[in-house]
Write a protein that binds this ligand. Structure first.
Ligand SMILES: C[S@@+](CC[C@H](N)C(=O)[O-])C[C@H]1O[C@@H](n2cnc3c(N)ncnc32)[C@H](O)[C@@H]1O
Length: 221
């Protein structure tokens, strides 16, 4: 369905407006919520890529309407909203286990959709564990993984290596070498806790199974 709005002329200003008054909500979360995240073996520590850095990274990923962009551990939802607002991506999905954070993201998204903010209809959030939520449609995955343990990173990588449509994986923490992924580039971008933090961009190496699935999904029905 078409949208009534034109693309935001300054998405950073639009984002500031949408999150005004919510700035610190979700940075600290209740103990019960922390336990939920930590039971998944993930980390509940919070931090964000700065909006200008996010917009630069998203532009570099060359997202098109055939892509599904997923932020694993989407926190308050800014990366997902910016993906929907500033790129032609088909779908931008945030997967976040903290109920508090996903509630803030959903509240902001509802406001954005009500106000016809450009692209906001292509964004969605789900409260789920990134190690379990189905990701078969994902083509580009981003994860702000700085605080994840090496064991968690290894489990996540094993899972992502099996995804049929994945073409690009972006992670703040580097992954160990794996036959499914080739490190293409390391860029330095500003995050809330550190300027010029390393961001690792991996290309998915094609393999027979993935190529066959991609060819099938591109064939006109
Ligand atoms: C550093 S924050 C990322 C914030 C956001 N992606 C951004 O850059 O603005 C990492 C998030 O991952 C979430 N998380 C940790 N383990 C998780 C899991 N197993 N499944 C889903 N989310 C998880 C945490 O609750 C936290 O909000």
């Amino acid at each position: 369905m078409g949208q009534l709005s034109a693309p935001a002329s300054d998405p950073r200003a639009e984002l500031r407006r949408l999150y005004r008054g919510l700035r610190l909500e979700g940075f600290e979360i209740p103990t019960s919520d922390k336990h939920r995240v930590e039971r998944s073996s993930g980390s509940s520590t919070y931090g964000e890529l700065r909006p200008t850095a996010t917009i630069r990274l998203l532009a570099q990923l060359g997202l098109s309407r055939r892509d599904q962009f997923v932020d694993l551990g989407s926190g308050l939802g800014k990366v997902v909203l910016l993906a929907a607002m500033t790129t032609p991506v088909g779908r931008a999905l945030g997967v976040e286990l903290s109920a508090t954070r996903v509630a803030v993201a959903a509240r902001v998204l509802a406001t954005a959709q009500r106000e016809h903010v450009a692209g906001s209809r292509r964004a969605a959030f789900v409260q789920a564990d990134m190690l379990r939520h189905p990701l078969d449609e994902a083509t580009v995955i981003y994860t702000c993984s700085t605080a994840f343990s090496s064991a968690f990173m290894a489990r996540l990588q094993r899972r992502l290596a099996k995804l049929p449509r994945l073409r690009t994986l972006v992670s703040l923490q580097d992954f160990d070498p794996h036959p499914a992924f080739e490190l293409r580039e390391v860029v330095r971008l500003d995050a809330s806790w550190k300027r010029g933090t390393k961001v690792h961009i991996y290309a998915r190496r094609s393999h027979a199974g993935a190529s066959a699935t991609q060819a099938r999904s591109r064939r006109p029905s």
